[in-house]
Design a protein around this ligand. Structure first.
Ligand code: SF4
Length: 250
C-alpha cells in the first residue's frame, strides 16, 4: 500500500492531525529554513519521523546516543533508517567528560542524588543536544499537551529562551491514543519496550516499566521527587495534567 493510500485511509481525526502537523512543520521550514528535529525515538517520534520523511524531508534529524540506551532503542534506530532510507545523525557525549564523571561518581553515580543525576544528564544529553541545535534557526519536538500541565500551555511555534532559537511543537493536540492509532495504521516501527510496560523510554538504568494506568513518566528517574524528573531538554515538568490509559499491546 502506498503512503498516500494508507494516509487517506486514516480516520478523519487522524487525517486532520496529520494535516495540522504538516502545516506547522512547513510553516517552520518556510519561515526559518534551517530546522532540525531532535528525534527521541519514542512513540511520538515515530509519528513525527513518518510525517517529516513523507512531507517535509528538508528538516534535518539527529538523535542522542547517551551510551546507556537499551539495545531495543538502538535496534529501533536501525529499523527507522532502513524504512526511510535516510541517515539520522547520532550525537554522542564527549568521551573525556564521561570518563571524568565516572572517575568522580562511579559508573552509576546518577543514583547518588539529584546533582549527580543532573550532571550525568548534562554530559550525556544536554551537551550533545546543544551541539545538535547549534547554529540552527528552529528545533522540532514531539511534546503533547496531555503529557503535563506545563506542556498543556505550549504553543505550536514559540521562542525558546533557554536555547535561543525557535521551538516547533507540531504534536501538541495529539493524544496518546492518536499516536498509537497512527503507528498501527501506518505499520510504523516502534520500540519493543513499549510492549513490555515502558510508555516513556530513556536510558536503561534510569527507566523502568510502570503499572497499567500509571503516570507514563513515573518510570523515569523513579527514585527522585516527581517535580525534578526531566533531563533538561524540556522545561521542568510540573504535575501530570491527566493520566492517559496505557494502550493495549499490539
Ligand atoms: Fe545519565 Fe540516567 Fe540521565 Fe541517562 S537518564 S544521561 S544514564 S542520569
Amino acid at each position: 500500500m502506498s503512503i498516500e493510500t494508507s494516509i487517506e485511509q486514516l480516520s478523519s481525526r487522524l487525517q486532520a492531525l496529520v494535516q495540522d502537523t504538516r502545516v506547522v512543520l512547513e510553516r517552520a521550514v518556510h519561515d526559518y529554513q534551517d530546522v532540525v528535529y531532535s528525534n527521541s525515538l519514542g512513540a511520538e517520534a515515530m509519528v513525527l519521523t513518518d510525517i517529516i520523511c513523507t512531507y517535509v524531508p528538508d528538516i534535518d534529524m539527529f538523535t542522542l546516543d547517551t551510551g546507556r540506551l537499551h539495545d531495543e532503542t538502538l535496534a529501533l534506530l536501525d529499523r527507522v533508517e532502513r524504512r526511510y532510507q535516510r541517515r539520522i545523525q547520532v550525537l554522542y557525549p564527549q568521551a573525556e567528560a564521561v570518563e571524568q564523571y565516572v572517575r568522580d561518581h562511579g559508573i552509576n553515580g546518577f543514583y547518588q542524588g539529584f546533582n549527580e543525576r543532573q550532571s550525568c544528564c548534562n554530559i550525556r544529553k544536554i551537551e550533545p543536544f546543544k551541539r545538535g541545535i547549534a547554529g540552527r534557526k528552529a528545533w522540532v519536538t514531539g511534546v503533547r499537551r496531555g503529557q503535563s500541565a506545563e506542556r498543556a500551555q505550549g504553543e505550536a511555534i514559540s521562542w525558546d529562551q533557554r536555547y535561543d532559537l525557535w521551538k516547533v511543537s507540531p504534536m501538541l493536540e495529539w493524544t496518546e491514543e492518536d499516536v498509537w492509532a497512527y503507528i498501527r495504521a501506518r505499520n510504523l516501527p516502534y520500540n519493543a519496550l513499549h510492549d513490555k510496560g515502558f510508555p516513556s523510554i530513556g536510558c536503561a538504568p534510569c527507566t523502568r516499566a510502570v503499572e497499567p494506568g500509571a503516570d507514563p513518566r513515573s518510570g523515569r528517574w523513579w527514585w527522585e521527587n516527581p517535580e525534578t524528573r526531566e533531563c533538561g531538554l524540556q522545561p521542568r515538568r510540573v504535575i501530570p495534567l491527566k493520566v492517559e490509559p496505557r494502550r493495549a499491546a499490539a
